[in-house]
Write a protein that binds this ligand. Structure first.
Ligand code: NAX
Length: 328
C-alpha cells in the first residue's frame, strides 16, 4: 500500500469539520487505496472538542485512517502536509463591518499562509472553505510566496452542486445528465451560475430550460441565496453539503474531470475573460494531472458579461480592502 497522505483540517471542531472528517477517514477524499493521516488545527478553546471528534474517528475503526494529531499552532499543523482544508474562519457577527470581518480573517489566514509556506510538503494543495473564502484564499496565498499560486483555491463547488440540484428538479433529469455548468466570481450572493454553455443529455442546457424569466428570477437567486434558506430552515448553516462539496473539490483536483465536462472552482485568475490577474475567482475549470485549468475560449453573451463583471467587481473591492489593511 501507499504511504499515508497528510491532510490538515482547520476548524476541526466545527460543524463542517464534524461532517468532513468522517468522509475523509472513510477514503472519499482521495479514493479507496490511499491511507490518510489527519492533522487537526483548532483554537486553544476548541482543542478539547476536537479531541472528542478524534475519539469518535477512532471509534469509526476506518481502515484507511492511519493517525490523528491535534494542534493549536499552525506551524505544527501544516508541517509536512499534502492537502490543507481551511475551514475555520471568523464569522460575521452582529454590528461587524466588512472591514472588521476582513481584518479578523486576515489574523487567521496570514499566519496559516506563512505556516504553509514554511513547512508544507512540496505538492501542497489548499482549499479554503471559511468565508469570505475567495479573499481568505488570496490572503493565505500572498503569505506563501514559495508555493505555486495555483495551489491556492477557494470553494464554489457547493454553489455548483446547488445549481445542479435546481436544474435537475426543473428538468426532471438526474444530476449526472447535466454537464458544463459554471459558477463565476465570488462565493457570495453576487455569484453567477451560468447555464449558457451547459448540456443536458447532449443537448444545450439553456435551450432545454427555455425560460429566461425562471433563470433570472428563480434559478440564479435560489442558488445564490441557498445558504440563507438553509439557515432559515435548519437553524444552522449548511454543513454536510459543504463538507460534501469540499470532498468533491479535492477529489476532482486529484483525479481529474471527465472528458468533455467541467466543474467550478475559485482559482487564481490569469486574466482570462477579463477577470483581473491575481484574483481568486470562480471559473469553469477542468482538472487534469493534478491541476485545475480555466476552460478557455467560451463566448460570453451580454447577460453573462454583466453578471460576471458585477461579481468580479466585488472580488476586486475585497482585494483592495485587504490591501489597504496591509493583509496582502
Ligand atoms: P463553525 O463555527 O461550526 O466551526 C468553525 C470552527 O473553526 C470552530 O470550531 C472554531 O473554533 C474554528 N476556528 C476559528 N478560528 C480558527 C483558527 N484560527 N484556526 C483553526 N480553527 C479555527 O463553522 P462551520 O459551520 O463549520 O463553517 C466554517 C466556515 O465555512 C465558515 O466560515 C462558513 O462561513 C464557511 N462556509 C463556506 C461555504 C462555502 O461554500 N465556501 C459553505 C458553508 C459555510 O457557510
Amino acid at each position: 500500500t501507499q504511504a499515508p497522505v497528510n491532510v490538515t483540517v482547520t476548524g476541526a471542531a466545527g460543524q463542517i469539520g464534524y461532517a468532513l472528517l468522517f468522509r475523509i477517514a472513510s477514503g472519499q477524499l482521495l479514493g479507496p487505496d490511499t491511507p490518510v493521516k489527519l492533522r487537526l488545527l483548532e483554537i486553544p478553546q476548541a482543542v478539547k472538542a476536537a479531541e472528542g471528534t478524534a475519539m469518535e474517528l477512532d471509534d469509526g475503526a476506518f481502515p484507511l485512517l492511519s493517525g490523528i494529531d491535534i494542534f493549536d499552532d499552525p506551524k505544527q499543523a501544516f508541517s509536512g502536509t499534502n492537502i490543507a482544508l481551511l475551514v475555520g474562519a471568523r464569522p460575521r457577527t452582529k454590528g461587524m463591518e466588512r472591514g472588521d470581518l476582513l481584518e479578523a480573517n486576515g489574523g487567521i489566514f496570514k499566519p496559516q499562509g506563512e505556516a504553509i509556506n514554511a513547512g508544507a510538503a512540496d505538492d501542497i494543495r489548499v482549499l479554503v472553505v471559511g468565508n469570505p473564502a475567495n479573499t481568505n484564499a488570496l490572503i493565505a496565498k500572498s503569505h506563501a510566496p514559495d508555493v505555486p499560486a495555483d495551489r491556492f483555491t477557494a470553494m464554489t463547488r457547493l454553489d455548483h452542486n446547488r445549481a445542479l440540484a435546481q436544474l435537475s428538479k426543473k428538468l426532471d433529469v438526474p444530476v449526472s445528465d447535466i454537464k458544463r455548468l459554471a459558477i463565476w466570481g465570488n462565493h457570495s450572493a453576487t455569484q453567477y451560475p451560468m447555464i449558457t454553455h451547459g448540456t443536458v443529455g447532449g443537448k444545450n442546457l439553456a435551450e432545454a430550460v427555455n425560460d429566461q424569466t425562471w433563470v433570472e428570477e428563480t434559478f440564479i437567486p435560489t442558488v445564490a441565496k441557498r445558504g440563507a434558506a438553509i439557515i432559515e430552515a435548519r437553524g444552522l448553516s449548511s454543513a454536510a453539503s459543504a463538507a460534501s462539496a469540499a470532498i468533491d473539490h479535492v477529489y476532482t483536483w486529484v483525479n481529474g474531470t471527465d472528458e468533455g465536462d467541467w466543474t467550478s472552482a475559485a482559482v487564481i485568475s490569469d486574466g482570462s475573460y477579463g477577470v483581473p490577474e491575481g484574483l481568486i475567482s470562480s471559473f469553469p475549470v477542468t482538472a487534469k494531472d493534478g491541476k485545475y485549468e480555466i476552460v478557455q475560449g467560451l463566448e460570453i453573451d451580454d447577460f453573462s458579461r454583466t453578471r460576471i463583471d458585477a461579481t468580479v467587481g466585488e472580488l476586486a473591492e475585497e482585494r483592495d480592502a485587504v490591501q489597504k489593511l496591509g493583509l496582502i
